[in-house]
Each structure stands twice: as C-alpha cells, then as structure tokens.
Design a protein around this ligand. Sequence first.
Ligand code: P5A
Length: 439
Amino acid sequence: MRLSRSFIPTLRETPAEAQIASHRLMLRAGLIRQTASGIYAWLPAGLRVLRRISQIVREEQDAIGAQEVLMPTLQPAELWKRSGRYDAYGPEMLRITDRHDRDLLYGPTNEEMITDLFAGGVKSYRELPQVLYHIQWKFRDEVRPRFGVMRGREFLMKDAYSFDIDTQSAIASYRRMMLSYLRAFQRIGVKAIPMRADTGPIGGDLSHEFIILAPTGESSVFYDGRFEQQDWRAEAVELADPESLQRFFMRMTSLYAATEDKHDEAAWHDVEPALRREGRGIEVGHIFYFGTKYTQSMGVAVSGPDGAMVHPEMGSYGIGISRLAGAIIEASHDEAGIIWPMPVAPFRAGILNLKPGDAACDSVADALYEAAPDDMLLDDRADRAGVKFADADLIGHPVQLVVGPRGAASGTIEVKWRASGERTEMPLDAAVALIASLR
Ligand code: P5A
C-alpha cells in the first residue's frame, strides 16, 4: 500500500478520551475510530490486523477438525426463551423489535442458536463429535464500555461449540480446543496463560480463561515460569486419542499451574519457588464445558448406541478477536508506538522514502515495494523525514527500510528492527531477500 493514497489517518496528539496505551495507540496509528460509545469502525490498517488474527485462529480451529459456519448477528427471542436465558441475561442484551412486532436480539453469544441448528441436522450418536465455530460480531450492552476495543459493546469473537455423546468424549473435545488455543496464541506471538476460571452466565463446571501477560492487565496471575518457553506447536498430541489428550492436559495444568489467587491454590505451592512468576494480564479467551445444560433445556437429543435418546454434552469456546488486537498492543509497545509481532502486523515492513521525487530514492523505494506490495506500506508522502520516522514507529512495522538520498545513490538501504532498535545497512538485493524472508 502507498501511504500517499491510503486512509491511515495518524494523529500527533494523544486523544483525551483514551485511558490506556493500546486505546491511545490504536487511535493515533489510524487503526480504529469510535462511532458510538463502545462501537468502533476498523480502518484499513486495523482491519488488516483483525484479519491476520482471525486467519491464524481459523487455521488452528480447522486443524482440530472444527468446521466454520457463519451465524447471523440477529437472533429470534424465542430461542432464548426456550433455554431460559432471555430473562436471565438482563440489560446487557440488546433487544430489538421488528416491523411485525417480533422480538429479536443482537446476539451476545450463540449457544442457543447453534444448539437449534445442531438439532436440525444431527440425529444419531454416529455423527458425533461435531465442533462448529464462527467468527462474528457480538453485542453486549456493557454498563461501562472502556479501554477502546478491549471492553467494547460491539466486538468480534471467535466462538466454537462442541457436541459429544458422553462426558469422556466431551472432555476430550475441551482438551483439543485448549491445545488449539495454545497453538494459536503462540503463532500470534503472545504469551497466553490458561487459568482455571468461574463460568458465570455461560454455566457449567469446568472452565479456563486465557490471559495475555501485560503489566496493565485487569487480572493478576500467578504462574510457572516454564510456561513462557513452552512450544505448543511442537507438542506431540494424538488428537483422536483421549489418553494422549489427557497426558497433555495433566502435564499442562499440573506442571504449569496458573492461578488468580495464590493463597488458595495448592498447585501454586507445588511450583518450585525459583520458577514462580507473578504478573498481570488481560483475558483474551474463555472456554467452558457445561454438559447437557442447553441440550436438556432446549429438548435436543440424538439416538444413542442402545437406541435410547441422549442429550449431547456441550462445551463453548471463545476468543475475543477484536480485544486481542488491543491486548497485543498492551503487551507490546513503547513510548514511540506499537511494536507488532510479525504474524499479525498490518504491514510486515514500512518503506520510508525520505525524498520522493529524487530519481535514485524513487527507484530504490519502488524496487523494494514491488518485492511484496501487499505486505509493505510505502511512505511516499511529501512530508519531512521526521514525520515519516515518527509514523513508522507509531504504526509499528516490525521492520523499517529507510531510503535516503545518500544511500540510494550507492544503492544502500538502512534497515531498522522496531523491537530491538537495531540498525544495519545493506545493498538493495539483500534488502529484497530480507523482505522475502519476513514471516
Ligand atoms: C464462549 C464462546 C462466551 O461468550 N460463549 C461462546 C462463551 N464467553 S465469554 O467469556 O463471555 O466471551 C469470550 C471472549 O470474548 C471477549 N469479550 C469481549 N471483547 C471485547 N469487548 C467485550 N465487551 C467482550 N466481552 C467478551 C473476551 O476475550 C472473552 O474471553
């Protein structure tokens, strides 16, 4: 993308309404704009981040056999009356009436709708397990929306739902999902720690939150330092084998204990003192096993092995995709701006043409840009060099390729790595090779 023709409206000043770094930086870097309280428009650079996060999550969901669907944002009230949650959900639910006086709602979550869809398509235990997910906007009329996209009213969630014939199989689905989450967060480039959690209005008796470490986080987390080094992608787990899943789960939960309250967790005291870590974090995912809560209340059953009807056991699994964009920034920024992990950066590199109109600068900058035009943001604006350096740091490209008149004359480019601040000079062909290697 060429910055001179892009809609990436960066701001010099710090927006007064933003209380935390990620909110300030998302506004300043031109990623989002608020359109109403807790409701945001995603501008081109922000949307690229949202898409990259979604794609990684999607690939890791598909890898455990989950199937993508797309349910609507609007739901009939009747579904929620069947589960009993229509009244129970309270004022966080945005209720809507259509021209025929039918009650609708903007979905805050999809347990009811997916259970109803499942009932219309699956009749026998032979068709189980089923895991369905979608990536869709949700609405929760939060009393106090704040911190930008971190606690919005409209937000993007990946929500998955599993259906199994019995508890053992449902627990295996839960554990597969846990592995999928650990792998997705690792690929995104953040440290997300699973922590046992309360189930709240979703219900059930087994639940974990995934917490991204960030000093400004709302929750405290006590965890085993070895967690940060764990390579979940290299973990050999036989996805179809409940025992292999159990070994993974036991190792993870007992070896890498994480707790919100170190005073009442025996597991925390089992962690070797030298490995104990305390931090703060942001909840970016939450998974639940709740058995037959919805299949029973909504009267959904399939025929079991002995011919008798059985209520399938369910779990639901959420990742706050739009919240993640904010949480990643919260975990990775400095005074000058965002420091994107490469896999979710809006642009892998920024090319700074310090003197557009200068033949040598234009030719070198264009050659770099042409190496990967979809992944680069070429700053070809007529602005001063200082403005370009500041915007590149603010937007947070992992790599900056600086093309100035002196270097360009001899075909040399200055490369700056955003995270370390390290700078090196290299010839054009080496820089083109570098671009090709950015992953
Ligand atoms: C799990 C999937 C659920 O709704 N039903 C379907 C279950 N869980 S949850 O914990 O309530 O939400 C899942 C994740 O969504 C994000 N989230 C939010 N993000 C931004 N603004 C909000 N107001 C908001 N509320 C929830 C969180 O990341 C949460 O973990």
